[in-house]
Write a protein that binds this ligand. Structure first.
Ligand code: GLN
Length: 200
């Protein structure tokens, strides 16, 4: 996969309290892009974009609050592009009725958690991402959410059956699946090329 000279001075902050944050660092690393683990408010300085990884949205909410990171992260999300995957995509949406999950209201949908069933119902599929990727993307769904009440301001970039699984609203990209768990950095590259670099 081609790297670009513009990648040299980028740093992507990856929220690293819980879940699959390390794999996102590999996905960026394969593109030649630096990343930084975000564990405290101080870590949020001098980054160009954020990733909210998959994991468990209730646990992530608890940890963000306990580490006093929820508010600083909400402030950072006022300006920075963000890519949320699975639990991260849940947190970026509109507030759920379940207040164990505290959402950032950055993309206009409401997540239904575990909408495909339990862990054993996890699956992978060859996902077509029209216009953005030349080849199918091996998409891994683990206790994935579905997104309801999707606003007109949200662009659907890929569907599984008729269900939107990759969505964008302005500088916010959200995937119901785990693009960081495959060797293909194609979706990360889309995020950087079309959202992060365009926002500078
Ligand atoms: N089911 C998890 C949640 O609701 C998300 C699963 C994942 O991130 N793989 O937070």
């Amino acid at each position: 996969m081609l790297t670009r000279p513009e990648y040299n001075d980028l740093t992507i902050g990856i929220v690293a309290l819980q879940g699959s944050f390390a794999k996102h660092a590999y996905s960026m690393g394969r593109l030649g892009i630096k990343s930084r683990a975000i564990r405290t408010a101080a870590d949020l300085k001098l980054i160009d974009a954020l990733i909210l990884p998959g994991g468990e949205s209730t646990t992530m909410t608890l940890l963000l609050e306990n580490e006093n990171l929820w508010e600083p992260l909400a402030d950072a999300l006022e300006i920075l592009p963000v890519f949320g995957t699975c639990a991260g995509a849940i947190l970026l949406g509109n507030q759920l009725e379940d207040d164990r999950v505290r959402c950032f209201n950055k993309i206009n949908y409401t997540a239904e958690r575990n909408a495909y069933g339990r862990q054993v119902e996890s699956f992978s599929t060859a996902l077509v991402v029209p216009y953005l990727l030349d080849q199918d993307f091996h998409a891994i769904f683990i206790r994935a959410p579905k997104f309801r009440d999707i606003g007109d301001d949200v662009q659907t970039l890929a569907v599984y059956g008729s269900t939107p699984v990759l969505m964008r609203q302005g500088q916010v990209l959200a995937a119901a699946f785990h693009p960081e768990l495959t060797e293909d950095s194609g979706i990360h590259k889309y995020f950087v090329d079309h959202i992060v670099l365009k926002s500078r």
